[in-house]
Design a protein around this ligand. Structure first.
Ligand code: ATP
Length: 290
């Protein structure tokens, strides 16, 4: 095998042109003609977008570009006015968030006030997939119910070990630091063993000391075969861990490519400058913990 062939085997996106809407060799997620309007404003207007399986894909763009709206649409927490999108060839139109999650595509959520009043372990157990005891018949089938509970507990503990939160298992989630909350949000999403994890601003509110640890967890997930899509503002983080970057501006994909392609893309620099960022490398970064 030549050195180029070795690199191509290790990099599933080798040879993929850095142009908006480009087809990927093995897409886990595909979206076409997605439009979402709020009154007269078209917040998202994406012609075509594919996410390569087994990679970390960043969704970036200036404030108001439509990142959160697209994120909500793809994960089933909002519905577009137009468009088709599929996950592992399952059409997702009209599926709700929990149905999308059952197929293996899961997004993280900020801990709600109610969840902060529960223990770390209870947060994990609440995120477990449908329990046998929940159904009418299942409720009468206690051995099955017990086995499910045991499996959920084992999985929760193993994830808490992995994310170094096991010592906090009985603490209130509200007592965790900003970074530890982000870890818990990720650990909760992993209770359903997703093949695609969507993470909303993993570094927001994270103390710089925990940033490396969070990055390590995200790359480890990718190395374990989980595809990751994340929205983030911190350019160092984006450039550091992304295999592929998709840039939105005014609802449209204006660029996509590897970090090096994006860094040197004039349209991207202009989009950020237009939004009054000094330059991409200085875009709004992670906040300190309070
Ligand atoms: N529910 C809504 N009702 C009306 N307008 C909305 C709604 N949600 C988003 N918008 C508008 O749609 C546009 C895109 O917003 P969105 O939050 O998706 O951008 P974003 O790229 O995530 O921005 P940020 O980086 O600031 O979070 C913005 O102009 C926003 O004001």
């Amino acid at each position: 095998m030549s050195s180029d062939e070795v690199r191509a085997a290790a990099d599933p996106l080798a040879g993929t042109e850095p142009v908006p809407g480009v087809a990927k060799p093995d897409p886990i997620l595909k979206a076409s003609g997605i439009k979402r309007r709020f009154g007269g404003l078209t917040a998202v207007n994406v012609d075509h977008l594919e996410v390569q399986r087994g990679t970390i894909t960043a969704l970036i763009g200036p404030n108001g570009a439509g990142k959160s709206t697209l994120f909500n649409l793809l994960s089933g927490f909002d519905q577009p006015d137009e468009g088709q999108w599929s996950f592992n060839d399952h059409q997702l139109r009209r599926l709700r968030g929990h149905q999308v999650a059952r197929l293996g595509m899961v997004r993280t959520f900020q801990l709600t006030k109610a969840l902060t009043r529960l223990s770390v372990l209870d947060n994990m157990l609440l995120a477990a997939p449908g329990q046998t005891g929940e159904g009418f018949l299942g409720a009468f089938w206690r051995p099955g119910w017990k086995a499910q509970e045991k499996a959920n507990l084992a999985q929760a503990e193993s994830l808490l070990e992995r994310f170094k939160l096991i010592a906090k298992r009985d603490d209130m989630a509200g007592s965790l630091s900003g970074g530890q909350r982000k870890l818990l949000e990720m650990a909760r999403a992993l209770m359903v063993n997703p093949s695609l994890l969507m993470v909303d601003e993993p570094m927001a509110g994270v103390n710089p000391a925990l940033v490396q640890s969070l990055l390590g967890h995200i790359t480890a997930l990718r190395d374990d075969g989980v595809s990751v899509v994340f929205v983030e503002h911190d350019m160092d983080v984006i450039m550091g861990i992304s295999d592929w970057i998709v840039v939105l501006a005014q609802g449209q994909v204006i660029a996509e490519g590897r970090p090096a392609d994006i860094r040197s893309n004039k349209q991207v620099v202009d989009a950020y400058l237009g939004a009054q960022h000094d330059e991409p490398a200085a875009a709004a970064g992670s906040e300190e913990e309070s």
